[in-house]
Each structure stands twice: as C-alpha cells, then as structure tokens.
Design a binder for this molecule. Structure first.
Ligand code: SF4
Length: 129
C-alpha cells in the first residue's frame, strides 16, 4: 500500500502543471461566465463540504474561508487548501479543457489514486473529512 501522503503528492504531480496551463485563467468554455472556473461555487458549496458540517467548521477556521470566494485564493488563482484537506469532489473533478490534455496513463493513475484515497477516508474513523 502506498504511503497516504504520497497519494496526494502524486495526484499533485499530475494536476499541478495542468492547473497552471488550463486554470490560470480558466480555459474551459463551460465556465466562460464564471469568475473562477470550476471553483466559482466554492462559497456556496462550502468547498463541497456542505454535507459535512463538522469538518467544514474546522477547516473554515484553519484556512480562512471567505463568504464570497470560499477557499479560492483570488490573488494566486488557486485553492487555499492543501490537497490532503480537499473534498473528494474537488480532488477528482476534471473539466473538459483538462481532460483533453491528460494522457490515458495519467487518467488511469488518477483513477487508481482516487480509489485508494476514497478507501482510506472510508476506513479511517478519525479522518475529519
Ligand atoms: S478546489 Fe478549493 S477553491 Fe476550488 S472548490 Fe474546492 S475547496 Fe474551493
């Protein structure tokens, strides 16, 4: 079994370079009129922690949730949360602009990593999120 932190690091190695190319500014036509692409609903969805109020309460304080922008860091055009604390929705979402840039191998690896992360979160009762 892979080290838990490594799962998130490896996910970051795949997504980070693409985030720089595709998200800054957002190049997905589906989000044409939204200020921060797929993160535009962060405030409304509470970083997609809307169904986990206890987790949200904790992370909200630690990472300065903003009533307008949520966890989105407008200045740096990125998420304030470390990948380990992001919701499953935020971790696995892939827009169309990004999808066409991911290789088949990377898509397969993302699936494997997300399966391990989900299993880990399901099995860990102390996991706060
Ligand atoms: S990735 Fe971060 S900024 Fe974007 S919706 Fe999720 S919590 Fe919010």
């Amino acid at each position: 079994m892979t080290d838990k932190i490594c799962l998130y690091d490896e996910l970051g190695e795949i997504f980070d370079p693409l985030n720089k190319k595709v998200c800054s500014p957002c190049s997905d036509r589906g989000y044409l009129f939204m200020p921060h692409g797929c993160c535009s609903s962060c405030s409304y969805s509470k970083g997609h922690y809307q169904h986990r109020p206890d987790s949200f309460k904790l992370i909200k304080i630690l990472y300065c949730f903003d009533e307008k922008e949520g966890f989105f860091d407008v200045k740096n055009n990125s998420c304030k949360l470390p990948r380990q604390l992001r919701s499953i929705i935020c971790l696995e979402y892939i827009c169309r602009a990004m999808l066409v840039k991911l290789s088949r191998e990377n898509l397969k690896r993302i699936d494997e990593l997300m399966a391990e992360i989900k299993e880990d979160r399901r099995n860990n009762k102390n996991f706060p999120y």
